[in-house]
Design a protein around this ligand. Structure first.
Ligand SMILES: Nc1ncnc2c1ncn2[C@@H]1O[C@H](COP(=O)(O)OP(=O)(O)O)[C@@H](O)[C@H]1O
Ligand SMILES: [Mg+2]
Length: 236
């Protein structure tokens, strides 16, 4: 479904990704692991069209999407839940959701209403809080809203950048449950995480990114048992 080849991304003259290549099959949950500064956010931002790669290609389904602006990538069916959520705090929950549908593939009235019904069913809390200002909700609720907003564009591939960051353990479990459920409903998932135990448990496959390079890949269950991963990321 997604086929990434040889991405090299720079901030000004500083290179932060080197020949990053990986793929995702339709229906999979794939995790991109790596410590702080490894280049995980840079990778998903490049896929989304927020950053440009100097080299290589990004193919989604049968189309080359490298170089497309972000709104066009969303319209192809890829949505990003950004690190730090980036919801609009002074707007209501409902207004935040409606903004997520502002792309040609999802903005027709009937579709928008269908999607809204779908996400409010997935997140009943948001239904109760429709009129509340987004910034007054708890961190966990804001994370749910960020996911729900991304879903309003009806993505085929949902990318989540560290969705569990800063959340209480019980809320983290809820976030991973939702990701699992979305995948069961047919949404393909690219998950970026440092919380690797939970992430690998729900992943079909994972890639380990270190200092801008993919250094390891495998099935989720295999990597959980991998000596290198245990040492580097689980502190065992
Ligand atoms: N806007 C930026 N300008 C310059 N350097 C950046 C910028 N954003 C990230 N970097 C650098 O790029 C590298 C990768 O960052 P990032 O992709 O955010 O890593 P991760 O998400 O894995 O923590 C880091 O060395 C970081 O300091
Ligand atoms: Mg990051």
């Amino acid at each position: 479904m997604l086929d990434i080849k040889d991405l090299s991304v720079y901030y000004d003259k500083v290179q932060v990704l080197w020949d990053v290549s990986f793929g995702i099959e339709e229906g999979e949950v794939v995790t991109l692991l790596g410590s702080n500064g490894a280049g995980k956010s840079t990778t998903v931002k490049t896929i989304q069209g927020l950053l440009k790669s100097k080299t290589g290609s990004i193919r989604f389904e049968d189309k080359h999407i490298e170089g497309l602006p972000a709104y066009k990538v969303v319209n192809e069916g890829i949505a990003l839940v950004p690190e730090g959520r980036e919801i609009f705090p002074k707007m209501s929950v409902l207004e935040n959701l409606v903004l997520g549908a502002y792309v040609p593939r999802a903005r027709a009235k009937e579709l928008r209403e269908q999607n809204l019904e779908w996400v409010l069913k997935l997140f009943p809390k948001l239904e109760e809080r429709k009129k509340q200002l987004a910034g007054t909700m708890s961190g966990g609720e804001q994370q749910m809203l960020a996911i729900a907003r991304a879903l309003m564009s009806k993505p085929k591939l949902l990318m989540l950048d560290e969705p569990s960051l800063g959340l209480a353990p019980v809320i983290v479990l809820q976030v991973f449950d939702i990701i699992k459920k979305l995948n069961e409903e047919g949404v393909t998932i690219l998950l970026v995480e440092q919380n690797i135990h939970h992430a690998l448990e729900i992943s079909d496959r994972a890639y380990v990114l270190e200092k801008g390079r993919i250094i390891l890949q495998g099935k989720g269950s295999e990597l959980l048992d991998d000596e290198y991963v245990k040492n580097a990321y689980l502190g065992i």
